[in-house]
Design a protein around this ligand. Structure first.
Ligand code: COA
Length: 169
């Protein structure tokens, strides 16, 4: 259990098939249409398929955050590849933002990183996503590269990294 800034209680746990619908709803409310497979006929179905693929990947980790009433308020998806973690998605339901849930989810990844002796965490974020960039920077990530026109709509991708101090693992 984690104490939120509001004093609410949050639990963070591995995602299962039972949370696909709730996670999908957060995805659809949170991500840019082109990141949800809008180029395909049915972005919702495309996103559901990709979530199910992530659940089946042995190197993917998905954690959900539940509020005090048991509802899913956010999730984080990352890959554990060798001694690196790749943060692919973190999203919080719009009505639950700015209450520390995003930070708690990334903190959970950092605990995972330290307990699994990962040496760095990498991620890519849209250059316009100031909220996410600020969240990552507050947790110690730094920007190290900009990939021009990385996203399908032409937006640049900012690459960020957090190197973990071996002494803390
Ligand atoms: C990015 C996101 C996950 C943050 O979740 P959140 O629960 O609102 O974040 P938190 O309440 O934990 O905030 C943590 C820090 O992030 C930064 N932050 C988050 N939202 C912010 C906003 N609207 N404006 C400015 N800073 C913001 C702040 O530094 C904040 O710390 P502070 O409140 O002490 O200043 C959420 O805005 C979201 O789901 N966005 C859509 C999906 C997305 O873009 N994900 C990231 C790319 S994968």
């Amino acid at each position: 259990m984690l104490g939120l800034v509001t004093g609410d209680l949050l639990t963070i746990e591995p995602m299962t098939e039972a949370e696909i619908e709730a996670t999908l709803a957060i995805d659809l409310a949170s991500f840019h249409p082109s990141d949800l497979g809008a180029d395909r006929d049915d972005p919702r179905a495309a996103r559901e398929k990709s979530l199910r693929e992530e659940l089946a990947r042995s190197w993917a980790r998905i954690r959900i955050a539940r509020g005090p009433a048991g509802d899913v308020l956010g999730y984080i998806l990352f890959w554990h590849v060798a001694d690196e973690l790749h943060l692919l998605n973190v999203a919080v339901a719009p009505a639950a933002r700015r209450r520390g849930i995003g930070r708690a989810l990334v903190d959970e990844l950092l605990v995972y990183a330290r307990t699994h002796a990962a040496v760095k965490v990498l991620l890519e974020v849209r250059a316009s996503n100031a909220d996410a960039i600020r969240l990552y920077e507050r947790l110690g990530f730094t920007q190290f590269n900009v990939r021009k026109a990385y996203y399908s709509d032409g937006e640049d991708g900012v690459e960020m990294m957090l190197e973990l101090d071996a002494a803390q693992t």
